[in-house]
Design a protein around this ligand. Structure first.
Ligand SMILES: C[S@@+](CC[C@H](N)C(=O)[O-])C[C@H]1O[C@@H](n2cnc3c(N)ncnc32)[C@H](O)[C@@H]1O
Length: 255
């Protein structure tokens, strides 16, 4: 029942060097809670933007089968090897735009839950306050600050509506794979751009996807261990963004 509360606190544990190679990994403990709530043992969990495979490791820890799609070969390779991979783990290197075909070609005809965190538009390229300082730290440690230069990378689409169109189309297409009556969770954030304006990415995505799936509401993932930055104060109101939206949708029968 606790899971149905609309917010929770999860402070990601410090990451090991290998995990730090990825600029935006989510914690397995958090993924496990979602997976346990929305699936049963033996069922298949898909992450179409799987990064280094956190959702797949979490799925296996709950005795589910993890399937992931990842554009970048180096992240896909890490996802294949991350944790203690089970023989059932499938990491498909390719563009999420082809996720359904990639899954079918790998013998995955149906999944029981989708849990994913796509690139938050081109946020990693914006020099916004709190991201910039984190990015500077990564640069100083010789770690990558963006996913890639690949034109297919959703994090490289500069046009906001173009990004939303591409992401919505990818997630909507997964209805062909997601069993009717089952759920899809997208972890997203609203994004501040250089002008100081905040683009309501999470809300815009929820509005668009709710035309294809039934929107069942959000859970707010709160982080309570991040440093506060003095970005705009006292001249401007600039929030220290320490939360993400976990947007939950249902593939309703006939919907
Ligand atoms: C927010 S990260 C996901 C991190 C993942 N949840 C984890 O914990 O490792 C988004 C991922 O989407 C990948 N990506 C970007 N564009 C993609 C595309 N068109 N198809 C598949 N993956 C893509 C990026 O390389 C990145 O690894």
């Amino acid at each position: 029942m606790r899971f149905t509360k609309s917010w929770y606190v999860c402070n990601p544990p410090p990451r090991r060097r290998a995990e730090l190679e990825h600029p935006a990994k989510f914690p397995e403990a958090m993924a496990q809670e979602f997976i346990r709530f929305f699936t049963r043992a033996g069922e298949v969990v898909l992450d179409p933007f799987c990064g280094v495979g956190s959702a797949l490791v979490a799925a296996e820890a709950c005795d589910r089968v993890g399937v992931g799609v990842e554009l970048l070969p180096e992240f896909a390779a890490r996802a294949r090897a991350y944790g203690e991979p089970r023989a059932s783990r499938r990491v498909l290197q390719g563009d999420a735009r082809q996720a359904v075909d990639l899954c079918r070609a790998a013998g995955v005809e149906e999944v029981h839950y989708v849990l994913t965190s796509p690139p938050y538009w081109d946020m990693l390229r914006h020099t916004r306050g709190n991201v910039r300082s984190a990015q500077k730290e990564r640069q100083a440690r010789g770690l990558r600050t963006t996913y890639s230069e690949d034109a297919q990378d959703l994090g490289n689409i500069t046009d906001y509506d173009g990004y939303l169109d591409a992401l919505t189309a990818i997630l909507a297409d997964l209805r062909r794979l997601l069993a009717p009556g089952r759920y899809l969770t997208v972890v997203a954030q609203n994004v501040r751009v250089r002008s100081g304006e905040v683009r309501p990415l999470a809300w815009d995505l929820a509005a668009r996807l709710s035309r294809v799936y039934t929107f069942k509401g959000e859970r707010l993932w709160l982080q309570d261990n991040k440093r506060l930055g003095c970005w705009g104060w006292p001249a401007e109101f600039v929030t220290n963004v320490h939360h993400h939206y976990c947007l939950n949708f249902k593939h309703d029968r006939g919907g």
